[in-house]
Design a protein around this ligand. Structure first.
Ligand code: BGC
Length: 448
């Protein structure tokens, strides 16, 4: 088993990657690698959170592609939608000196780990494959840290996807809702027909995913970034945030007694069985629907979530490699090279529900949902919004705190939108404190 080198100076930085909680309690000796020679681990161990049947199929495709190149994929799958468990397991393993060779790492957490000097630089692979020439600019920026490529991008998911049951909508003479007003009307008609309007879990991340859709709908990508990327207290106090919170409450009203902490594949199953008429979820749900033999344009339609048609709320899947002692570097580089090739991109994303990260992908070869997603994403940063829930916008600690606040507002109806806004504003002020000199010595608000 390969061990990750742990220079003592990294411990401070690790506190940052661990949300500042776990590292201080760990003595340096506990984090240091043992001196004993580590037993060899065959192949590349890959830590990820693709555990539903469709996600499994997509991961298996990667494993068999690697096997074709003589590289064994050792699976380390950690269940939990949006990778909530996987992030914690990864930190624990790295602290114990047992980093996997490859890990699903997405959004700013790539930079956090790269800052610690733990990720393998993939510049040679990226140059040889002309990633700079082929990747969408947003994707290129995501995998580059201090001018080095440190992750291989796999696919783009659209989080603002609305699914609707086509036969049911046809029977009731309903059109897919383009606005939240139309959504209300569709919900009323579905309810009157005895069908739950929306497949929605009360799991924290799924509630917050609905909320980020509502923020985007109420405000567009520029304001969305003020709120979730810059964490502006003024944006938290803004009427658009108020509007999104109110809408979240209204939608809760439509869920009635169907509300439960179901895992996302269970929500997909409810939608596939016609137990709910609509669902708002990233397009990984489209791939999961296929495992229930539900097909786009026949059994269900895909549209943008109400009032977000021109926007792309994205989650980008990337795999990063831990550098360790470089013994597996050749296989890690070969893997990274393969992941970005047109064939693997097309095959993986067809099974996973997302779209390729390459600008030279062929939209004509995609289904209608994927085509919409790819075409909107291709319009560039002005229409793109990084998903908070799926780690695209913020570090893990900030993300977790915001998700918890939104969840609390959703569950506890005594909390007013104004109170939730004030609490978010207070959190943002805290996040934006800029330490000068000794950490915590200066409470300097960045003014945003
Ligand atoms: C990932 C997807 C995954 C989904 C559900 C997202 O964060 O980008 O690959 O399917 O979570 O767990």
């Amino acid at each position: 088993m390969k061990k990750v080198a742990w220079p003592g100076v990294m411990l401070g930085a690790l506190a940052f990657a661990c949300g500042g909680a776990a590292a201080p309690s760990v003595a340096p000796s506990a984090a240091a690698p043992s001196a004993a020679p580590a037993p060899e681990r065959p192949g590349l161990q890959v830590l990820h959170w693709w555990t539903s049947p469709s996600e499994r199929k997509a991961a298996d495709l990667l494993a068999s592609t690697l096997a074709g190149e003589g590289i064994t994929w050792q699976d380390a799958a950690i269940p939990g939608g949006a990778g909530l468990g996987a992030g914690k397991v990864l930190k624990g393993r790295v602290l114990a000196g047992d980093a996997p060779e490859v890990t699903q790492l997405i959004g700013p957490s790539i930079a956090e780990w790269a800052d610690l000097g733990l990720l393998l630089e993939l510049d040679n692979v990226a140059d040889a494959g002309d990633w700079r020439g082929f990747l969408f600019p947003t994707i290129g920026q995501l995998v580059v840290h201090r001018r080095h490529v440190v992750a291989a991008p796999l696919g783009i998911h659209r989080v603002n996807t609305l699914y609707y049951n086509r036969p049911l909508f046809a029977r009731l003479g309903l059109a897919p809702p383009v606005t939240w007003r139309q959504f209300e009307e569709a919900a009323r008609r579905l309810r009157a027909a005895g069908v739950a309007p929306l497949a929605q879990s009360s799991e924290a991340w799924h509630v917050a995913a609905l909320f980020e859709n509502l923020v985007l709908a109420a405000s567009g990508p520029a304001f969305y970034r003020e709120l979730f990327v810059q964490r502006s207290p003024a944006a938290a106090a803004d009427r658009r945030t108020h509007e999104a919170l109110l809408r979240l409450r209204t939608i809760k009203g439509w869920l009635g007694n169907e509300l439960d902490e179901r895992p996302w594949p269970e929500e997909v199953r409810r939608f596939a069985r016609g137990q709910a008429g609509m669902m708002i979820m990233g397009d990984w749900a489209k791939a999961e629907l296929a495992t229930h033999r539900a097909l786009p344009d026949r059994d269900f339609g895909c549209a943008a979530a109400p009032d977000t048609a021109g926007y792309h709320l994205y989650s980008v899947d990337t795999l990063a490699m831990f550098a360790g002692d470089y013994r597996q570097m050749a296989d890690q580089e070969r893997m990274a090279r393969l992941l970005v090739t047109p064939g693997v991109q097309a095959g993986f994303n067809a099974l996973k529900g997302g779209v390729p990260v390459r600008r030279d992908a062929d939209p004509a070869a995609m289904d209608s949902c994927a085509r919409q997603s790819w075409t909107v994403f291709a319009k560039g940063a002005a229409v793109q919004a990084p998903s908070l829930v799926h780690r695209m916008a913020l570090d893990e600690a900030s993300r977790d705190a915001i998700i918890a606040e939104v969840h609390r507002f959703f569950l506890d109806e005594r909390v007013t939108p104004g109170q939730a806004q004030r609490r978010l504003g207070a959190l943002f002020r805290l996040f934006n404190l800029k330490p000068l000199g000794v950490a915590g010595a200066q409470d300097t608000d960045r003014g945003r």
